[in-house]
Write a protein that binds this ligand. Structure first.
Ligand SMILES: [Zn+2]
Length: 466
């Protein structure tokens, strides 16, 4: 079966191929940089990352745009309160976002587009929508007239036909899931920063930002647009209304949405005390790759219950694969090939690929890897696993890690390099030969203190990071 994704637009699982050539043109909604991103946000970002990696693994090139929303109500409010310029304030959290993304090993999209660098293009688009009769102005703000776009509601599958024309809100902190005309351009309030443009002084609404930057970098019809499930309405519905009114063409062929994240079974909120940024989690001593693994391990269309117990399980799961990799690399296996195990390896790769092709079923893909590890570990214990089976086993681990990327240990700045560890182990071996046990014990203690664990096995000394 070929690669297929669940499309929110059609409510169906559909085979995915890009519309032209071999490049996937995709847009994902990025962070609003008013504060540190929380783990609910990172569920979406890890989903985008898995999507990228699996599209590439499927043979496609990527042209991916992600926006940085660096102007909105919260940013303005906080910047003004702290006496900072918009740029000063938002750059702190933009940088923090990229630091967090790096720790979670998220690939950076081909284009990262900042809203404040595209203000004139947004004003142009709003003026064009005005020429086509889709807008009206009120008190210096410009609104989108939803009644002029009969297809409104086709993504969220809501029926807006009974909607009262002209009803609206002029905030872009959407708390109400209510059918209303939405703001394209906001007139400045006293003491707020604003831009002088062809549609007057003010700043853009959030929705127009994504439409304009998507079309600017990717063309009028995207292959794929993704986001969190909370963005389906109104944000993505509004993106469609703006973009399709502008171009007269379908805006995105596939819409994909990641489900909610719960924490300890409840909706994350500051008042419940279960609100976590990535930094909060790492501050408790969990390595970033365990967070990445946990967020990746639940298929994106299932709601994910983030618990510290699950985070511990993620740590154990990663350890299991790392230990297996170490055994593969250092074990001494009998010569030859076990044909049955060779077939078993091929089957594991096939199962992994089929699971990922099936709308990124990460849980099933991981199960394929762990069942294989169990089977081949047993075969190693009974000497049935041969030297000639090592390459295929390594190949499966490489495929796994190109997608999940958790095998490398995140190291602190003062940790030893692989070379330094190897040199110390060699020195310890020499010391033991020379019966200098004081020195050899000192080296072992030094390595332990730096998080390096030595294991004496029948095949010699091997080491790993804690
Ligand atoms: Zn967006």
């Amino acid at each position: 079966m070929a690669l297929r994704f669940y499309n929110t637009l059609t409510l169906q699982l559909q085979p995915f191929v890009p519309q032209s050539d071999n490049t996937v043109r995709m847009y994902t909604c990025g962070p609003t940089v008013y504060d540190y991103a929380h783990i609910g946000n990172f569920r979406s970002f890890v989903f985008y990352d898995l999507l990228r990696r699996w599209l590439r693994e499927s043979g496609y090139k990527l042209d991916h745009v992600m926006n940085i929303t660096d102007v909105d109500d919260k940013i303005i409010r906080n910047a003004v309160a702290q006496g900072k310029s918009l740029a000063e304030y938002s750059s702190i959290y933009t940088q923090a976002f990229f630091e967090d993304a790096k720790l979670l090993r998220l690939e950076i999209p081909e284009h990262v587009a900042r809203a404040t660098e595209h203000i004139d293009e947004m004003a142009d688009a709003i003026a064009t929508l005005g020429d086509k009769g889709y807008t009206y102005s009120s008190d210096g703000s410009v609104y989108y007239r939803i009644s002029h776009f009969p297809e409104y509601g086709k993504l969220s599958h809501n029926d807006f036909s009974g909607m009262k024309a002209g009803a609206r809100v002029d905030v872009d902190e959407y708390e109400k899931a209510d059918a209303r005309d939405f703001v394209l351009w906001k007139a400045p309030k006293t003491n707020e920063p604003f831009w002088e443009t062809k549609v007057g002084p003010g700043r853009p609404g959030w929705h127009i930002e994504c439409s304009v930057m998507a079309i600017r970098y990717l063309g009028e019809t995207l292959d794929l647009h993704a986001g969190g499930i909370d963005l389906v309405f109104p944000h993505h519905e509004n993106e469609i209304a703006q973009s399709e009114a502008l171009t007269g063409k379908q805006f995105a062929r596939f819409w994909m949405h990641a489900e909610f994240l719960l924490v300890e079974g409840q909706k994350m909120s500051k008042s419940l005390g279960n609100f976590y940024t990535l930094r909060d989690i790492l501050g408790r001593g969990y390595p970033p790759e365990t967070v990445r693994y946990l967020l990746a391990s639940v298929p994106y269309r299932k709601s994910l219950n983030f618990t510290f117990k699950e985070l511990k399980s993620a740590e154990t799961a990663i350890d299991r694969v790392r230990n297996y990799k170490l055994r593969l690399e250092t074990g001494k296996f009998p010569q030859g090939v076990n044909e049955q195990l060779a077939a078993r390896s091929e089957q594991a790769v096939k199962d992994f690929r089929e699971a990922m092709d099936d709308d990124l079923n990460t849980a099933k893909a991981l199960a394929a890897v762990f069942e294989y590890i169990t089977d081949t570990n047993t075969a190693m214990d009974s000497d049935e696993f041969r030297m000639g089976n090592v390459a295929a086993a390594s190949g499966l681990l490489q495929l796994f890690d190109r997608v999940f990327e958790v095998l490398e240990v995140t190291r602190s700045a003062d940790s030893l390099s692989d070379e330094q560890v190897a040199a110390l182990i060699a020195e310890r071996t020499q010391a033991r030969k020379a019966k200098d046990f004081k020195r050899s014990d000192a080296i072992r203690d030094e390595l332990t203190a730096k998080g390096i664990i030595l294991e004496d096995t029948k095949d010699g000394i091997r080491w790993k990071r804690k």
